[in-house]
Design a protein around this ligand. Structure first.
Ligand code: SF4
Ligand code: SF4
Length: 227
């Protein structure tokens, strides 16, 4: 698939998510940023989208903030689709360690995201019905958690030739001109340490009780792939 199409699908998927959560009431507010940690994960397609917009707006200096990211950060060994493939085979996957106390996101400035409009899905889906600061943790409807997984799997699927990883690692990788050029040409590219190869959806992680409710969302995401 051409990169232009992938970017169009990514933007449409972000809009579809906004539509999906319309009916929910969240405690999330401007300047509430406890969820903005150094542990966010992202795909190469999303990193390309962010960097492309930063170039367009002449704001690539923000990428210098990556030097401030905590050395101890979540670096997943599994992508969502790789996990789904193992899960479908009935195999156990050890839970990966991830701790918000490892550090804040370097892209926070005065408790606001410096590229909020281009933020990755991992940030968009971080919502809570109760204030995390008061509650001590985020609280989410189980159906929404299922939808979040579906979107994660879908975005990885669209970027199946790319990689996933901690946002700092993926943005650094995409910030390299050679890597970016190769990505634009749909070449496989060499991942750096911490990046995991993406894959197409093997099976969707939807529990039986949510299958009927996911029908509309799945057909709208499916229609994006046919454009
Ligand atoms: S997820 Fe929690 S910390 Fe993040 S904006 Fe919402 S309420 Fe605030
Ligand atoms: S990229 Fe933006 S929205 Fe995401 S964690 Fe960082 S500051 Fe928060």
């Amino acid at each position: 698939m051409h990169l232009k199409n992938k970017l169009m699908i990514l933007k449409e998927a972000y809009l579809a998510y906004e539509k999906f959560v319309e009916g929910y009431k969240f405690a999330c507010r401007k300047y509430c940023a406890d969820c903005c940690t150094c542990n966010v994960t992202i795909t190469t397609l999303e990193a390309y989208y962010i960097i492309d917009n930063l170039i367009r707006e002449n704001k690539t200096a923000y990428l210098g903030k990556l030097d401030n990211v905590s050395k101890k950060r979540f670096q997943p060994k599994w992508t969502f689709n790789k996990f789904a493939a193992f899960f479908a085979q009935g195999k156990e996957v050890a839970e990966e360690q991830c701790d918000p106390s490892w550090g804040r996101c370097p892209f926070l400035s005065k408790n606001q995201c410096v590229f909020y409009h281009y933020r990755p899905f991992g940030c968009r889906c971080m919502v809570s019905v109760k204030c995390c600061v008061e509650n001590g943790f985020a609280e989410m409807d189980p159906l929404l958690m299922t939808a979040n997984n579906v979107f994660m799997q879908f975005i990885e699927h669209v970027d199946a030739q790319g990689f996933s990883g901690n946002f700092a690692d993926v943005l650094k990788w995409m910030g390299d001109e050679n890597n970016k050029r190769e990505y634009e040409q749909n070449l496989p590219g060499e991942p750096c340490q911490g990046l995991v190869k993406n894959m197409a959806i093997p099976v969707l992680m939807i529990p039986p009780e949510h299958r009927a409710k996911m029908g509309k969302l799945l057909s709208s995401l499916n229609s994006l792939l046919k454009r």
